[in-house]
Design a protein around this ligand. Structure first.
Ligand code: GAR
Length: 196
């Protein structure tokens, strides 16, 4: 088993994996200060797995098995994290609640496409967040990098970046604007966390 190192990252994904791609790009440029050593996807066939493969990052598809509870899934996933030597776990578009074992509490980060605690929790992901922001008439939105605790989209905030909501914004334009902020926020949030 590889010794555990905080700058070794296990990245959990569920979808397109633009964050994973961005982290691997920064790592390749030598400007990141962390290394992605494992990608875990709870879904097969997603774009993130292709980005992992292109970057030479080992990946695992871990679908929940029938009847498997959240804790059993978490134990299985963190066994793989432990074996990789990753000291820090990054949820980068991982759309499943993750149970965290004691030895990784305080070492799991998440990025969410809203200014938490607004528009977080169950049902708030992807374009649903941006539609809710527009429906509520918010004038500002953004993204949050936070430490993960046992409550979904909860936990101490490490960093937020924000942008204006303009009158002609749609859920799509807002998603694009917020994602540009996310691309800066996640690496910076990880750097700050590792520097603590
Ligand atoms: C990102 O916008 C991220 O903030 C969001 O999923 C997207 C993943 O994009 N996460 C959540 O909504 C978590 N609640 P990606 O797969 O292209 O990196």
């Amino acid at each position: 088993m590889t010794p555990r190192d905080p700058s070794r990252l296990a990245v959990f994904v569920s979808g397109t994996g633009r964050h994973l791609q961005n982290l691997c790009r920064l790592e390749a440029e030598g400007s990141f200060g962390a290394k992605v050593v494992l990608c875990i996807s709870n879904k097969p066939g997603v774009g993130a797995l292709e980005h992992a493969s292109n970057a030479g990052v080992p990946s695992l598809v871990m679908e929940p098995t029938p009847g498997e509870g959240t804790e059993a899934y978490g134990r299985r996933a963190f066994d793989a994290v432990r074996a990789s030597g990753a000291g820090t776990v990054v949820l980068a578009g991982f759309l499943k609640h993750l149970w965290i074992p004691d030895d990784y509490r305080g070492h799991v980060l998440n990025i969410h496409p809203s200014l938490l605690p607004a528009f977080g929790g169950k049902g708030y992901y992807g374009s649903r967040v941006h539609r809710a922001v527009l429906e509520r008439g918010c004038q500002v939105t953004g993204c949050t990098v936070h430490l993960v605790d046992e409550v979904y989209d909860n936990g101490p905030i490490l960093l937020q970046r924000w942008c204006a909501v303009e009158p002609d914004d749609t859920a799509d334009t807002l998603a694009d604007k917020v994602f540009q902020e996310e691309l800066l926020a996640l690496p910076e949030g990880i750097r700050r966390f590792l520097a603590q």
